[in-house]
Design a protein around this ligand. Structure first.
Ligand code: SF4
Length: 53
């Protein structure tokens, strides 16, 4: 089984999804535009045939 990047269990992401209007959520969304870790996670999801995000 392929191991996904830690984004799946990321606490920062969990907080952002729980409170989408918070400053933390805005910061989290901003980081998805450039963060290599997030991009690697998205690539892994695509390779597994899963939905992005
Ligand atoms: S890349 Fe972003 S979403 Fe993934 S673990 Fe790091 S902070 Fe969390």
């Amino acid at each position: 089984m392929v191991k996904l990047h830690n984004c799946e269990k990321c606490r920062f992401r969990a907080v952002a999804e729980k409170k989408p209007d918070s400053i933390l959520a805005k910061l989290w969304r901003w980081h998805t535009g450039w963060c290599p870790g997030w991009k690697a996670y998205q690539k892994e999801l695509r390779e597994r045939g899963g939905r992005p995000g």
